[in-house]
Ligand binder design. Structure first.
Ligand code: DGY
Length: 336
């Protein structure tokens, strides 16, 4: 168990160029800040070498903070992830070493739910595909029986992972399309049940009843590759699969096959497996598929909010021994 260091002039490394607000807040609070200036993430050896020189880190999803990293950087006081997801971090190892891990929820919930909502509409009306056909000169005349999509009003939205983002997605779908909301989660969410009349269902019911199934869960040992061939077979042939959480939650080869064979109707992905998706991926040619390059939190508002929260997690830790958004809060209790 480490004691909370009270003195300032601590060194913080930010592992990519992020909105300057993070650096500004940290410097105003007396920290010495360095920012990796590269256009992409550091290699792990570079990251380790630089992290050895500092007390705290603002990390991003592409940084591999695994056992190898922690074996050499166990001295870090705190790691503040510039993301809500933290599947790149071995939290068990960080916890064992007494290192709190901060993240940035809430500030990106609207932005990410907007992407899930937008993908749902885009898929239901084949928008991305039809846009491409115009570029190819295929728009010749009005087509009474072609390009038909599906309507969303009154349909059933299934949320897998009813956390903050799942709740905003439910709110959007209920408000815009009076969709019925069902959900499956590790635990019941009383707020969602009250606010959206959301019904808690088993995983099997979620698959059977959802017209749109939107994934908002974390990537963990339980969810890795969960949406596979067998699972797609249990969904409605008219259903739309949306994933804005982590690509690792679905098996992409199985998803391609499920779409090709009509096991499910469509898919909207902001996250792919692997990332980045290759430009010759068959999903990009399918009429009922819409893919985006992991832009869930990519708004000015969300990214500024993430920069602020990441910095505040570090500042509050050194000033008060408290991390406002902490994924392993037990570490802080132990420090007291
Ligand atoms: C998040 O915040 O987890 C986004 O996916 C960006 O990594």
């Amino acid at each position: 168990m480490k004691a909370v260091p009270l003195c300032m002039s601590k060194k913080v490394l930010i592992t990519r160029i992020i909105p300057p607000l993070a650096q500004e807040l940290l410097m105003k609070a007396g920290f010495e800040v360095s920012v990796w200036p590269g256009a992409g993430p550091m290699t792990q050896p570079d990251l380790i070498e630089r992290a050895k020189q500092v007390n705290a880190l603002i990390s991003l999803g592409a940084d591999k903070l695994d056992k190898t990293f922690f074996s050499q950087c166990g001295h870090l006081d705190i790691i503040a992830q510039f993301a809500v997801g933290f599947d790149n971090i071995d939290v068990g190892e960080a916890t064992r070493l007494g290192i709190p891990i901060g993240n940035t929820p809430d500030v990106l919930s609207d932005a990410t739910a907007d992407v899930a909502f937008g993908l749902m509409i885009a898929v239901s009306r084949k928008m991305f595909y039809l846009h491409k056909t115009i570029q190819q000169g295929a728009w010749k005349q009005f087509e009474p029986l072609k390009n038909l999509g599906q309507e969303l009003t009154g349909k059933t939205l299934g949320i897998f992972g009813m956390g903050r983002i799942g709740q905003v997605m439910a709110q959007r779908c209920m408000g815009a399309y009076s969709m019925k909301v069902i959900y499956h989660n590790r635990s019941r969410n009383a707020e969602a049940e009250q606010q959206f009349n959301a019904r808690y269902v088993s995983f099997d019911e979620l698959l059977r009843e959802s017209d749109v199934l939107s994934v908002h869960s974390v990537l963990s040992a339980e969810t890795k590759g969960l949406f596979n061939k067998e699972v797609f077979k249990r969904m409605k042939p008219t259903s739309i699969f949306i994933n804005t959480s982590r690509g690792g939650v679905h098996n992409e080869v199985d998803l391609i096959e499920a779409l090709q064979q009509g096991t499910i109707w469509g898919a909207g992905l902001d996250v792919t497996n692997p990332e980045p998706m290759k430009s010759d991926n068959p999903l990009l040619l399918m009429p009922t598929v819409a893919v985006l390059p992991h832009i869930g939190s990519a708004t000015v508002e969300a990214r500024n909010g993430m920069a602020r929260v990441a910095a505040e997690n570090i500042i509050a830790f050194y000033q008060r021994g408290h991390v406002p958004y902490c994924v392993n809060p037990g570490v802080l209790v132990e420090r007291k």
